[in-house]
Structures are given as structure tokens and as C-alpha cells.
Design a protein around this ligand. Structure first.
Ligand SMILES: *Cc1c(COP(=O)(O)O)cnc(C)c1O
Length: 435
């Protein structure tokens, strides 16, 4: 078979045609009727397409590349580690990159979290968290506590246990009903981040706990920011009250910080807004700075040390690529990079600019709401967007955004410059104005 090169006429068309014929994309049909844009390379905040067009990435490749692409420090960490080993099994062996990264995570997360379980993706980190909670109660002779309490509009990943805690409507639970565990769903919080707290917001969560705590292993939700479930920012007091109620009712608390973690919301972890520490916390996405897939589940010694007394005696999970040295080395470099500058001021500046520049969208007929928190902004429309038309409109404006449902949203890399961020916000305004 002849391989095409960029010099060949029709090279890009051919790439797209082969992609369309053989390759699945996230949440896509097969064959995929929507446009896809082949990428040649990426550097800083820019993605360069095969046709030479350069796009400012306004979504950080789904919350991940907080320091931009091709960062010299992350590349250097990867090169150094590749020369030593890119992978070695974790059963019975250990290594510096995993040890150093675990120590770093323990240092920067809430104090009670002292033990780290590495995995390959956010969904698996959530599976691990849920298994920990179930095994904890099993080890304590309460095997009936194996359900979860969560809140509507949540998103926790695409594997089965994670999916069972996702919003039942967005997640199309009825399709998988025979295989999905039925969890308890509290009403989504209505009081927004900047509004005055009202205790009524927690009523549904509290009532479900009250009635079912003998069945519930843990509550699981995204603190303060509901991400893929609608980019909603809710009141930190909800998180604080939920934590209190869980303690009162003997239910563990799992916080999913996979999207919010590492500064995105304006705090290093969104649970800091509520000044609480969960029993179990999941991180992923920005952990490696978008370099490669890595996630972790952190817990307290109280939880993990319980397993020794249980039937299995150990925690029943162990991914083949657990603690991958390359991913750990790059992630450590990414967290050291984050600590090396005043990221709080950067996020505050991004927040101020997003707020000022997207305010005008409120007057547009197609726009229902505009929300900003930290380096996250959402322009909610009255009607769902047609991806096939809207996606190319952003590309034509030199911007990469990935709208979904009724949302045009951005969470740019922290290194974005003001004029680049303005290009993103103007594109959002212009596209929304044309709807
Ligand atoms: C993306 C995401 C996940 C799933 O992570 P994957 O790496 O895609 O498996 C879980 N929870 C939250 C809050 C997320 O944003």
C-alpha cells in the first residue's frame, strides 16, 4: 500500500476519508457524519492543522493541557524518563517517578488524604473510588452498604460504575438499565456560586441520606463545578453541608476533582472553597498537563487500613499499567511547573477577562445565561447547537472550541495571553450572535 505524504495532492482528504471509514471518535456515529480536522502538531496554546491553519485552543484538550502543548519542561521530563524506562510493572516493583508523584499529591491535597492509588484514566479512578467505598463497608461487616448517593447533572466517566452515578437523562441510563446499578439521585443544586446560600438547596440530598443511609456506601459528586453535565457553578456551602450530613449518617464522601483539580476553579482543588476534606478524592485530566493519560484516587489511612481486616485482606484492583513511570514523571514536572509561578493571579486575570468580555453575550437573542468561575466560562443558549455548522465556524475564526448541547464553553490553558483569550471570547460572541 502506498503511503501518502503531506506533499501529495489530496493528502488531507485521504486522511479524513480513512478516518471516516475506520476510526471511532468520542460520542460519535460510525461512519461519522460530523467534520473532523486532522492535526499536524501543537505548541503553546496553538493547534496546527494539516492544512497549515493555526487554532487557539480554548478548551485545553478537554481541561487537560493547562500549560499548553509541547512544553519544554514536560518534554524534558519525558525524554529523561524514556532513557531510563517508559514502563515497568507495578506489582512487586516500584520506582522514583511514582513515589515522588504520590508524595507531591499528598502534599498538595487536603491533609487527611495520605494514600494514593494510580490508574490510567478518570473513569477508572472513579471505579476505584467506588470499589474502595464498597470494600470499606464490606470489611466492616456492612456489605449491604453498596449503593451511592449522587446529584443530578453530574458526570463521572463512561465505565459502568462511573456511568451509574452520571446524570440519568444525559447518560441515557435507560439504554443500559439491565446492567446499571440504580443509585440515589438528589436534585441538582440550584443556588449559584455567588448567590446567598439557602438551606433548602440541600433538602433532597439530606432526605435521601436520612432514608437510605443503611444502603449507601458513599456520596459521590463534583465539588462546586458540575462539568460535563452542564458547566454549572453551585454554592460551596452545599459541599460543606453534604460533607457534614455524610458524617452524621455514616456515609463516606467521594469528591470527583478530575475536571476541577489543579487550579481550574480558582482554588487548587474546588473542595477548598468549602474547606472540607473528603474520604476519597479522584484526580485526572490536568494531572499530566495533558501530556498523557494518568489518574489517581487518594484516600485516608482510616479507609485503606480497614481492608486488611476484611475477607480479601487487600484492595481488589490492579491495572496493568498502574503507576506508569513516564506518565508519573511528566505529571510531577507539570505539578512542579504549576508551583513555580503565581497561578492564582493568572486564573484571576483569566476570570476577570472572561467575565468582562462575555458579558455582552447576555444581550443576544440566542443566549439564555453566561457563567464564569476561575478559568471556566459557559455561554448557555436557548436551543442545542448544530455541531456540523458551529464547529467549522469556530475553526474559520482561528479558534478551537467544542460546544455540546446548549453550551458554548471555554476553559483555556493557563498560559493563554490576553489577546489570545480575546480571540476566543470574540469568536464565542460572533458565533452566538449568528444563531
Ligand atoms: C472527564 C471526567 C471523568 C472521566 O475521565 P476520563 O479520563 O475521560 O475517563 C470523570 N469525572 C469528571 C468530573 C470528568 O470531568
Amino acid at each position: 500500500m502506498k503511503t501518502t505524504t503531506p506533499e501529495d495532492i489530496g493528502y488531507i482528504e485521504e486522511l479524513i476519508a480513512i478516518d471516516r471509514q475506520y476510526v471511532w471518535h468520542p460520542y460519535a456515529a460510525m461512519p461519522n457524519p460530523l467534520p473532523v480536522f486532522p492535526v499536524r502538531s501543537a505548541k503553546g496554546v496553538r493547534i496546527e492543522l494539516e492544512d497549515g491553519q493555526s487554532l487557539i485552543d480554548g478548551v485545553s484538550s478537554w481541561w487537560t493541557c493547562i500549560h499548553g502543548y509541547n512544553h519544554p519542561q514536560l518534554n524534558a521530563a519525558a525524554h529523561t524518563q524514556i532513557e531510563r524506562m517508559s514502563h515497568v510493572m507495578f506489582g512487586g516493583l516500584t520506582h522514583r517517578p511514582a513515589i515522588d508523584l504520590a508524595q507531591k499529591l499528598i502534599e498538595i491535597t487536603p491533609t487527611d488524604l495520605q494514600h494514593v492509588f494510580f490508574s490510567d484514566s478518570g473513569s477508572v479512578a472513579v471505579e476505584v473510588a467506588m470499589k474502595m467505598a464498597v470494600q470499606y463497608w464490606h470489611s466492616r461487616g456492612q456489605a449491604n452498604k453498596n449503593r451511592f448517593l449522587t446529584i443530578r447533572n453530574g458526570y463521572h466517566g463512561d465505565t459502568f460504575a462511573a456511568m451509574s452515578a452520571c446524570d440519568p437523562v444525559n447518560g441515557m441510563h435507560h439504554l443500559f438499565s439491565g446492567m446499571l446499578t440504580q443509585q440515589y439521585f438528589a436534585d441538582a443544586p440550584q443556588i449559584r456560586f455567588h448567590e446567598d446560600w439557602q438551606e433548602a438547596d440541600i433538602t433532597s440530598f439530606a432526605a435521601l441520606l436520612e432514608e437510605n443511609s443503611d444502603r449507601i456506601a458513599a456520596a459521590i459528586f463534583e465539588p462546586v463545578v458540575q462539568n460535563a453535565g452542564g458547566v454549572r457553578f453551585y454554592h460551596p456551602e452545599y459541599v460543606r453541608r453534604a460533607s457534614e450530613l455524610c458524617k452524621q449518617h455514616n456515609v463516606l464522601l467521594i469528591l470527583d476533582e478530575i475536571a476541577t483539580g489543579f487550579g481550574r476553579s480558582g482554588k487548587l482543588f474546588a473542595c477548598e472553597y468549602a474547606a472540607i476534606c473528603p474520604d476519597i478524592m479522584c484526580v485526572g485530566k490536568a494531572l499530566s498537563g495533558g501530556f498523557m493519560s494518568l489518574a489517581a484516587t487518594l484516600t485516608t489511612p482510616h479507609i485503606s487500613e480497614t481492608f486488611a481486616a476484611g475477607e480479601a485482606g487487600v484492595f481488589m484492583h490492579g491495572p496493568t499499567f498502574m503507576g506508569n513511570p513516564l506518565a508519573c514523571a511528566v505529571s510531577l514536572a507539570n505539578l512542579e511547573l504549576l508551583e513555580s509561578y503565581d497561578w492564582q493571579s493568572k486564573i484571576a486575570a483569566i476570570e476577570a477577562q472572561l467575565t468582562a468580555e462575555l458579558e455582552g453575550c447576555r444581550e443576544l437573542e440566542a443566549v439564555k445565561d453566561v457563567r464564569v468561575l476561575g478559568a471556566i466560562a459557559a455561554v448557555e443558549l436557548r436551543r442545542p447547537v448544530d455541531m456540523a455548522t458551529v464547529q467549522p465556524q469556530f475553526v474559520d475564526r482561528g479558534v478551537w472550541l467544542r460546544p455540546f448541547g446548549r453550551l458554548l464553553y471555554t476553559m483555556p490553558p493557563y498560559i493563554i495571553r490576553p489577546e489570545e483569550l480575546s480571540a476566543v471570547t470574540s469568536a464565542i460572541y460572533e458565533v452566538a450572535a449568528g444563531l
